[in-house]
Write a protein of this length. Structure first.
Length: 443
């Protein structure tokens, strides 16, 4: 058993990477991914200049340039490694070290964390498999978690690598504001921790903090941020108190932090019987809800993927509590619930994954036939796997029947036509519309 436990975390990560790799390869180009033609024409520095002055630029945006310029195949290759690295970094940020080789409780906790990353964080389709969404959110989270993990090592051990902290700090501060906030919360927590322990913050950590703040200032002062804020039209503006409840409710939704919160409560309940509640678990949970409240206070209804960082923190809270419960009470219920729920989602998602694969192959044939026939304004069959309900693991946001829709215009350039359109519009049944219907809000 002890020999097996040395390798089970690697086996679980390998299975997770295989799952991500298969879906990444199958998942088609869509949405903002069609901008690859424009990005490739501008080049890396040209696109950075455009985003900095005319749209907005983040660490995740910079990550997206590479697969947009050189091809989706690079996203397919790198994405499994990035997603696995996120699990490892989240564990390091939560515990300050890797799982002990012969600690059954920590290995069970690591498996549970991997399952949560695979199935229970905010909108997996947007943050894991859609190329532009993944590079902006989960890939953008990579330097943030790395910064938090290294900073924790610095204030606990009194030393950390200067260059790595400065580089990761700058990249973390320059990330999406909803992701960079995790680094800000970690900084505040570290200062409070050191003051309570009467420790002196290492100079390397202070240097990383300065780099983080500088990255945030550079991101927020970019001219493109304000251009985008003034030019972007949103039909999702929050409407007073009710609108803000809609905002907060997203983090409690199925693809928000619902499952990590359930696992957190189960773990804390088991520990309550023993009288041992891990403070770090409560800190992570409080930070997660604080981020959600910050979104609610913003007054603008963001996409579900914007809560990715909040759900990562809730997953870290859950795994700290559950691991402590495993150790003190040998209580496996949180792990069993996570594993069974994840298996159920994986099985039910197979039909959608198969349909996405078939539709992507059909689209390739249709594009080739249209080029061969000399068509300039082709009509393509719409993807069948659109968003149908709250619990759908994966779906495709395809071109519409309107050739002037911005995605259609990008797709026309990408495929090499004057215009493109789908043969039908798919129903729009999403989180926002369902809540608006429930709360009787008008568009």
């Amino acid at each position: 058993m002890k020999k097996l436990l040395r390798f089970d975390t690697a086996i679980v990560l390998a299975v997770y990477m295989a799952w991500v790799a298969v879906i990444s390869v199958i998942y088609p180009v869509g949405g903002d991914d069609f901008s690859a033609t424009e990005v490739a024409a501008r080049g890396f520095f040209g696109q950075f200049h455009h985003d900095y002055f005319h749209w907005s630029v983040r660490t995740g945006c910079i990550f997206s340039y590479f697969p947009l310029i050189f091809g989706k195949i690079w996203f397919d290759i790198l994405n499994p490694f990035v997603q696995a690295a996120l699990v490892v970094l989240a564990w390091l940020a939560a515990f300050g070290r890797l799982p002990r080789r012969d600690d059954r409780a920590e290995h069970a906790g690591f498996i549970m964390l991997t399952v949560m990353f695979a199935f229970f964080l905010a909108r997996p389709r947007d943050t894991m498999f859609w190329m532009c969404g993944a590079t902006n959110y989960s890939w953008g989270m990579l330097p943030v978690l790395g910064f938090v993990a290294l900073m924790r090592r610095g204030w606990e051990q009194g030393k950390a690598h200067w260059a790595a902290l400065i580089a990761l700090g700058a990249a973390a501060g320059f990330a999406n504001e909803n992701i960079a906030a995790v680094g800000g919360l970690a900084l505040v927590t570290g200062v409070i921790y050191c003051r309570r322990k009467k420790l002196t913050l290492p100079k390397s950590v202070l240097a990383g903090a300065v780099a983080f703040i500088a990255g945030g200032v550079a991101m927020f002062t970019a001219p493109g941020v304000w251009v985008r804020a003034q030019s972007t039209e949103s039909g999702m503006q929050a409407a007073g108190f009710v609108g803000r409840i809609m905002l907060l409710s997203q983090v409690l939704a199925f693809w928000g932090a619902a499952m990590p919160m359930v696992l957190l409560i189960l773990g804390l309940s088991a520990l309550k019987l023993k009288g041992k509640l891990p403070r770090s678990s409560l800190v992570f949970a409080a930070g997660s809800l604080l981020l959600a409240l910050a979104f609610a206070g913003a007054g603008v209804l963001p996409a579900m993927r914007s809560y990715y960082s909040s759900t990562v923190m809730m997953a870290m809270a859950a795994v700290v509590a559950a691991t402590a419960a495993f150790r003190s009470a040998c209580w496996r219920l949180p792990l069993r619930i996570a594993a069974l729920a994840g298996l159920l989602i994986a099985v039910t998602a197979l039909c959608d994954i198969t349909a996405i694969r078939d539709d992507a192959k059909r689209r390739e044939v249709e594009v080739a036939e249209a080029h061969a026939a000399g068509e300039r304004n082709p009509v393509f069959a719409a993807h069948r796997t659109y968003r149908k309900n709250f619990f759908q693991y994966i779906y495709v946001e395809d071109i519409s029947a309107d050739p002037d829709f911005f995605v259609n215009r990008l797709a026309a350039q990408y495929y090499g036509f004057d215009t493109v359109r789908a043969d039908r519009d798919v129903p729009k049944t999403g989180f926002y519309q369902a809540f608006r219907n429930l709360l009787f809000l008008k568009e």
